[in-house]
Design a protein around this ligand. Structure first.
Ligand code: BJW
Length: 264
């Protein structure tokens, strides 16, 4: 993409955002890549090193909870060392300036790393859980409600894999694996907002995983615009009104600067 073309597209994206009353950002692993957290499907991504069937299904967890816990503790360690990057901070800035202009902004994220919250965003919907929470795998247990769990190594647990102190069932990370339903409130609220939004800014996702990836389709179906930021085309590019090819940490701060200028 020529730099003049990119500049024009950034201006076009900023104009759409500045005109909107309700703005969403639908984010995926690519937004945290510049914080040093691996994505799933890129080269060098998690699914190159691990098989989904071994670490990201309820069956994998029942078969080998120790292996699945070790996978998540390694990721917790890496995420603990990570900080939000300029892309996260740009979205925090955007929430603040839109709020000050009487508009609304929500992040709908597939990420479990908590970096949007650390960057300062307040309106966040987490579709696939949060790695810093653990819950009892027995849905009838009082501890099936997620609780904060900062531990990052097996030695920090009394037993490993850890068991529930209340009912003795296995504890599990509070994330959504393949074949599991997404948290009902989170997906319902996301679809509701998507149907009302004037624009959704899609950042760093392959758009391969459903039902999460319906979010931009719903916005488009209801007449809203779709802006995409990605280092390459994704399965959502064909429904994007504006596609900005580049790193989220470079593109988003430029868009937000232009939105500020437009709203002055
Ligand atoms: C950059 C960048 C930079 C890099 N700047 N960009 C249709 C409808 C409903 C369901 C299905 C359906 N079709 C199939 C399904 C089933 C299944 C599914 O979607 N399968 C597909 C893979 C085919 N879905 C499910 O099973 C879901 N549950 C469900 O359907 O339940 C139904 C049910 C109802 C009632 C009872 C029982 C069941 C659950 C899906 C759960 C997904 N979980 C994971 C793991 C979460 C925990 C964890 O992190 O460990 O979620 S999988 C993984 O993929 C993770 C992610 O959130 C998700 C999406 O990945 P993401 O974020 O897009 O990452 P990548 O790597 O794919 O892409 C990164 C992008 O960034 C790339 O495009 C790069 O180019 C870009 N990038 N650097 C900008 N610097």
């Amino acid at each position: 993409m020529q730099s003049d073309d990119l500049k024009d597209l950034i201006l076009e994206a900023a104009k759409i955002i500045a005109r909107a009353k309700l703005v969403l950002s639908f984010t995926g692993a690519g937004i945290s890549a510049e914080s040093g957290i691996p994505t799933f499907r890129d080269s060098g991504g998690l699914w190159e090193k691990y098989r989904v069937e071994d670490v990201a299904t309820p069956e994998a967890f029942m078969r080998n909870p120790k292996f699945v816990w070790e996978f998540y503790l390694e990721r917790k360690k890496k995420i603990k060392e990570a900080n939000p990057n300029p892309a996260h901070y740009a979205l925090a800035d955007l929430e603040r300036i839109l709020r000050e202009s009487g508009k609304s902004f929500y992040i709908i994220t597939q990420n479990i790393d908590n970096l949007h919250r650390e960057a300062g965003n307040k309106n966040i919907i987490e579709l696939h859980g949060n790695i810093w929470y653990t819950k009892c795998s027995n849905s009838f247990c009082e501890k099936s409600r997620p609780f904060y769990d900062p531990r990052t190594s097996p030695e920090e647990y009394e037993d490993f894999p850890p068991r529930c102190s209340s009912c003795g069932s296995l504890l599990r990370p509070h994330v959504v694996w393949f074949g599991e339903p997404l948290p009902e409130d989170a997906i319902n609220e996301s679809f509701r907002l998507a149907s009302l939004a004037d624009v959704v800014i899609v950042v760093g996702t392959s758009g391969a995983v459903f039902p999460a990836a319906y979010v931009p389709y719903i916005t488009r179906e209801h007449g809203g615009k779709v802006i995409e930021v990605n280092i390459r085309t994704s399965s959502l590019t064909s429904i994007s009104d504006v596609f900005l090819m580049g790193r989220a940490g470079e593109i988003l701060p430029r868009i937000v600067e232009e939105v500020k200028r437009a709203l002055k």
